[in-house]
Design a protein around this ligand. Structure first.
Ligand SMILES: CC(C)(COP(=O)(O)OP(=O)(O)OC[C@H]1O[C@@H](n2cnc3c(N)ncnc32)[C@H](O)[C@@H]1OP(=O)(O)O)[C@@H](O)C(=O)NCCC(=O)NCCS
Length: 178
């Protein structure tokens, strides 16, 4: 049976479902900066509310059980006038059971469609990825993000070793040559 995944805006009522999703990712696949015990209600509530005010937050339900979310992406404005043309802190997660099936790409397509059509003021989108997270870095490059250097020894891994973080940015096409 071909499952159909659809993207919708995440609501505050999704808070606990998003917590479950983030905890599964933190525990099983990693990739996000937080460990499972750092995925708190305050953290999730904070980014849902901020993104409703000044950004975008999208999610995908499990088509067999809408009570379960299998993916989420969010990014929002830093909230300062000089940065009103950018979205930052982009974070994406796909449930470990659903990774590598095109779900992250589906979310990114929806996200950039929304940015291009509904947010003409946004010229730049920023994120940071751990250097070892090549899966994520490949996804970002596929959608036009470029690495902007390397923050050496910025982030610690599970065994305490320090590794580089890679700041990356997407620039709206019309602005790339200016
Ligand atoms: C990174 C992540 C969001 C990608 O989502 P996904 O649904 O697995 O990705 P997709 O199946 O849509 O694949 C998108 C691209 O990612 C890359 N990719 C996906 N799986 C990969 C793998 N196993 N090895 C290498 N690259 C991979 C490829 O470039 C792929 O594009 P392609 O299929 O056209 O080659 C997902 O793996 C995830 O949630 N990881 C854990 C959390 C995380 O790391 N978030 C990012 C924090 S910076």
């Amino acid at each position: 049976m071909q499952l159909e995944y659809s993207v919708r805006e995440a609501e505050l009522s999704d808070l606990h479902k998003i917590m479950v999703l983030y905890k599964a990712v933190a525990t099983r696949s990693g990739g996000i900066a937080r460990q499972a015990d750092e995925v708190t209600e305050t953290y999730v509530r904070n980014f849902i509310e901020r993104c409703h005010e000044t950004g975008i937050i999208l999610t995908i339900e499990n088509p067999l059980n809408p009570e379960i979310l299998i993916a989420e992406v969010h990014t929002c404005s830093p909230g300062i006038k000089v940065f009103s043309h950018l979205f930052s802190d982009l974070t994406i997660v796909v449930h470990p059971d659903y990774q590598g099936k095109g779900i992250g790409s589906l979310l990114f397509r929806a996200l950039f469609k929304e940015i291009e059509l509904k947010h003409p003021e946004i010229i730049r989108v920023e994120l940071i990825a751990k250097e070892s997270n090549q899966k994520a870095i490949r996804l970002y490059k596929k959608f036009g993000f470029k690495a902007e250097g390397k923050l050496e020894k910025r982030i610690s891994g599970k065994t305490g070793e320090l590794e580089a973080d890679i700041p990356m940015a997407w620039i709206r096409k019309e602005w790339q040559l200016l």
